[in-house]
Every structure is written in structure tokens, then in C-alpha cells.
Design a protein around this ligand. Structure first.
Ligand code: PAF
Length: 289
């Protein structure tokens, strides 16, 4: 991606300070774009930054590894963290502020309130990771308060997360527009993810069956297949080819509610989660029959 020669983003760690800076920016009549991340930035995140700078006067990137959305404590401990490298990656992308608070700043010891998103937090990915989407919804509700932006940018790769955010914003009357950006893939088709760094060469090859299975589902629907069980069986066969993946789920769901699809009629999403060794990968493909 082409970078511009622009000033370095300013690193802010204190919620009150970023709040005051955002107030000031709003008084100047500037529009603010928010890109929430957990760091370990890659081109997928940078595509969100690019969308934000194209649509808003000021862009704020948050970097916060949110403990409440991790169901597995080892996953939280092992999550890649390198603030300096993230700051370097953001240089030249017209990002005005990077907000990187501590866990204590976001969750003081007396913090007790959390956000729940009904059935949406319990299905598909939520079934594998109980509490995950409540953690995501809670931290985003807090970030939207601290940084009252005009538009918040999210990747469609975390499809259920995008639906959760849309729900939170609608149900809590948060005056922010949610913008979903397309999944960015490597040339071989693997969706970019901060977790890809954990894959060996061999595991990466095995992981390529994920985009292949999604493409296959898309093709089967284009060919006129409407029986979800048949399509899912094809997806699972493709995923099982390498023999080394553990399939957490491979399914078709309604693209809006994420309820399971039996017969493909309207907008449908194919959702996959697999484990390759100890690395868990998710991906999806939205399809319009
Ligand atoms: O997608 C992520 O990186 C996180 O889930 C998010 C949206 C920053 C919330 O912690």
C-alpha cells in the first residue's frame, strides 16, 4: 500500500486526555474516524485506516488487547504485543492519535458493568467462546464513550463481531456509524490475521483449505444448489483434505441474524472456524443467491 509523508501519530494512553483532544477536534467541526484494534497490525488493519482517512478528517486508532474478550487465559498471555512496531506501521498513514490505554484504565478494580447482546453472543463463534462477544461489546461501548467518533471501521473478516457492533450501536443509541470493510487476503487466499504469525509453513498450506472451502460454497450456490447440508458437506470435505485441521464449525447462516440456514434463499454467510495446531483461525464469505 502507498504511504503518504504525514506527521507521526501522537500516542495517548490516558482516557481523559484523548477525551479532551477529541472534544477539541469536534469543536473545530472535524469528522473523526475510529479504528479499534488489539495491535499486531497488518495490512487488514491498514485497510481500515485507509478507509477512515478517506472518509474522515481525523483518524484515531486504538490499540488495546482487551482481556474481557479472551476465554482462554493462555491466548491472552500469548497474544502478540509490540506497540513500537505498531506505531512504526502507522507512520505515514495520516493517523492523528493512537490511543493505547492500560487494562486498569479501561477496567478499574471496581468495574462491574458489562454489555450483553442476547442470542447473538451465544451462537456460532459465541458458542465456542462463551463471554467473548460480551467482552467485545463492553470494550467497544466504552471506547465509543471515550472517543465519540463519527464512523467506526471494522473488518468483515470478524463477521459476527461486525453484527455484534451493529447491534450494540443500534440498541444503545450510540451516535456512531459502523462501517464494515472487506477482508484483506494474502495472494494465496488466506485472510490476514494477527494469528497467522503462529503458523509454520506447513500449517499455512493446510490453512489454505479455509478460503478454498469458502470459494467452493460460493460456487455451489452460484450453480444453484440451495440445500445447506449438501453445501456444508462439500465445505467440510474440502477442509478435511489436508487431514490436519480441527473443524470447530463450518456452516451456512442467515447473513443478518446468523441463524442456521437450511435452504439458501436470501443473503447467506458461510462461516468457518478451524484449529491448525494450536492456532485458531476464522473466516467467512457472504453470498447473495
Ligand atoms: O477485532 C478486534 O481487534 C477486537 O475484537 C476489537 C474490535 C478491537 C475489540 O477489542
Amino acid at each position: 500500500m502507498v504511504k503518504l509523508q504525514t506527521p507521526l501519530p501522537e500516542l495517548i494512553t490516558d482516557p481523559a486526555t484523548i477525551g479532551a483532544l477529541i472534544q477539541e477536534t469536534r469543536k473545530q467541526g472535524k469528522t473523526i474516524g475510529l479504528v479499534p484494534t488489539m495491535g499486531a497490525l497488518h495490512d487488514g488493519h491498514l485497510s481500515l485506516v485507509k478507509a477512515s482517512t478517506a472518509q474522515c478528517d481525523f483518524t484515531v486508532v486504538t490499540i488495546f488487547v482487551n482481556p474481557t474478550q479472551f476465554t482462554d487465559k493462555n491466548d491472552l498471555t500469548d497474544y502478540p504485543r509490540d506497540l513500537q512496531s505498531d506505531m512504526d506501521k502507522l507512520a505515514g498513514w495520516e493517523v492523528r492519535f493512537v490511543f493505547a490505554p492500560t487494562a486498569e484504565d479501561i477496567y478499574p478494580h471496581d468495574h462491574v458493568t458489562s454489555v450483553h447482546v442476547g442470542p447473538l453472543e451465544k451462537i456460532v463463534e459465541g458458542r465456542c467462546r462463551p463471554g467473548h462477544f460480551s467482552g467485545v461489546a463492553t470494550v467497544l461501548a466504552k471506547l465509543f464513550q471515550i472517543i465519540p467518533a463519527d464512523i467506526a471501521f471494522f473488518g468483515c473478516k470478524d463477521y459476527q463481531q461486525l453484527k455484534v457492533v451493529e447491534r450494540v450501536v443500534q440498541d444503545l443509541n450510540v451516535p456512531i456509524k459502523v462501517h464494515g470493510c472487506p477482508t484483506i487476503r494474502d495472494e494465496d487466499g488466506l485472510a490476514l490475521s494477527s494469528r497467522n504469525v503462529f503458523l509454520s509453513q506447513e500449517q499455512r498450506q493446510q490453512a489454505l483449505s479455509i478460503p478454498k472451502a469458502l470459494k467452493l460454497a460460493e460456487r455451489r450456490i452460484e450453480e444453484g444448489e440451495t440445500d445447506a447440508r449438501t453445501i456444508v458437506a462439500d465445505m467440510r470435505r474440502e477442509l478435511s483434505r489436508s487431514g490436519a485441521l480441527h473443524i470447530d464449525y463450518a456452516l451456512l447462516a442467515d447473513a443478518e441474524t446468523l441463524k442456521p440456514t437450511r435452504t439458501v434463499k436470501g443473503p447467506t454467510v458461510a462461516l468457518i472456524a478451524v484449529r491448525v495446531g494450536s492456532t485458531r483461525l476464522i473466516d467467512n464469505q457472504v453470498m447473495m443467491p
